[in-house]
Design a binder for this molecule. Structure first.
Ligand SMILES: CC(C)(COP(=O)(O)OP(=O)(O)OC[C@H]1O[C@@H](n2cnc3c(N)ncnc32)[C@H](O)[C@@H]1OP(=O)(O)O)[C@@H](O)C(=O)NCCC(=O)NCCS
Length: 393
């Protein structure tokens, strides 16, 4: 296997539900970031051999094969192919892992891995249900076979799973609210200090009145939040204590990374940002569902021959506050290295986009800090988790 490098990484600011990105056609938003990652390093778009894109709700404008549509909406030529994949919230980290595999195995040299999701248009569950042309119901992905796997356990929604995880790992609502407050504070500080400047691609959108604006910062950060405000929120998602404040908000966004073989990096005389050190992916208990990062992390560390103490930065997706908190407790991970510029509670979680968004953020923070290793991992619906370790070079 040969080394694989990321040479460029960029993302749109995250837009809140029905916020500034609301009118974007997903293919055009994706095309916008595909262009950016090739432009940033002045690479001929014709050199790209594939686009592997993560999108969860592959319906409507996000349907067909969004990666291919994104290519048509970009400056990449017609002979660049694309594929869209779905590992739920881990989709675009899986896209990166798949691109790694193709390059490491000498199958290809230059691939863009990306993520794109406009949840304002295609909310959670929009790929399930619906009606067939003859009027019959389309059916459900979760059949009898799935319920057998629950072995008598409940079928939780994701909020209920998050609460069950919190209870199992002894995490209280207050612990979660303190963590959410820190997420917003850190994201706000990173924004005002310009830490996201390098990674964010300023993107046109619409303000509340419908006037065109250019956004260069994430729309979901709440610098005005407080423990008192968080404590006043009502439980959501049929739970006893999971509120909007300790959940990731429904959001829109797109991001991409340009990956290359060492030979290509040298041939094009580029300076890589990071090397991919190790990849892992796990499936886990479908009842608790969101515990995957707890198992994917040691697996990735083993593959990299590293320990948790070797990692400088962790991006563990804040789908809900109990997920990274249980992960940190179980693995005895240092909280001061976790989601240092805020996580999805503040920065949003456009599901298929998040793996790539977290990667873009981790890479730029590694460079800013001149640190060595970042580990990115996300829990997913359907009980899985990818994890990847990046090494600054
Ligand atoms: C939890 C959830 C149902 C809440 O939905 P919602 O009530 O529409 O949530 P919103 O984010 O719009 O927040 C509603 C209100 O709560 C309050 N609020 C939310 N977060 C807050 C915070 N951190 N501080 C203070 N107030 C807050 C605000 O008043 C907000 O209204 P505003 O946006 O007009 O200011 C929704 O965010 C959700 O489903 N999240 C999880 C998504 C998911 O499952 N992703 C995949 C995970 S694997």
């Amino acid at each position: 296997m040969r080394d694989v490098f990321v040479v460029s990484a960029a993302r749109t600011p995250v837009g809140k539900r029905n916020g500034y990105l609301r009118e974007w056609v997903p293919a055009e938003l994706l095309g916008h970031v595909l262009d950016e990652v090739v432009d940033r390093v002045d690479v001929d778009p014709a050199l790209v051999e594939d686009v592997i894109n993560g999108t969860v709700y592959q319906v409507g404008e996000q349907g067909f094969t969004l990666a291919r549509m994104g290519i048509f909406a970009s400056k990449l030529p017609n002979d660049v192919p694309g594929t869209s994949i779905n590992r739920q919230c881990g989709s675009s980290l899986t896209a990166i892992q798949m691109a790694y595999g193709m390059i490491a195995s000498e199958t290809q040299d230059v691939i863009i891995a990306s993520g794109c999701e406009i949840m304002s248009k295609y909310p959670i569950g929009s790929d399930m249900g619906g009606t067939l042309p003859d009027g019959r119901p389309q059916g459900q992905a979760f059949g009898e076979f799935y319920f057998k796997r629950l072995a008598g356990g409940a079928m939780y929604n994701q909020g209920q799973a998050a609460q069950a995880i919190g209870e199992k790992w002894g995490i209280s609502r207050l612990d979660c609210e303190e963590f959410a407050l820190a997420s917003h504070t850190n994201a706000h500080n990173a924004t005002v200090n310009g830490y996201f400047k390098e990674e964010i691609l300023p993107t046109k959108g619409l303000d509340k009145e419908g006037n065109e604006i250019t956004m260069d910062a994430d729309e979901t950060i709440r610098p005005e939040t407080s423990l008192e405000k968080l404590a006043a929120l009502n439980p959501a998602l049929g739970t006893e204590w999971i509120t909007a404040g300790i959940s990731s908000p429904v959001t829109d966004g797109s991001s991409a990374v340009l990956l290359m073989s060492e030979e290509k990096v040298k041939e094009l005389n580029l300076t890589p940002l990071v090397r991919i050190k190790a990849n892992a992916v796990v499936g886990c208990d479908p009842v608790l569902m969101l515990t995957g990062p707890i198992y994917a992390t040691p697996k990735a560390l083993d593959k990299a021959n590293l320990t948790i103490d070797d990692i400088d930065l962790f991006e563990v997706n804040e789908a809900f506050a109990p997920i990274p908190l249980a992960w940190a407790k179980e693995l005895n991970a240092p909280m001061d290295k976790l989601n240092v510029n805020g996580g999805a509670m503040a920065l949003g979680h456009p599901v298929g986009n998040s793996g790539s968004r977290l990667t873009v953020t981790a890479i730029h923070e590694l460079i800013r800090r001149e640190a060595k290793y970042a580990l990115v991992t996300l829990c997913t619906g359907g009980a899985m988790a990818p994890a990847t370790i990046f090494e600054r070079v």
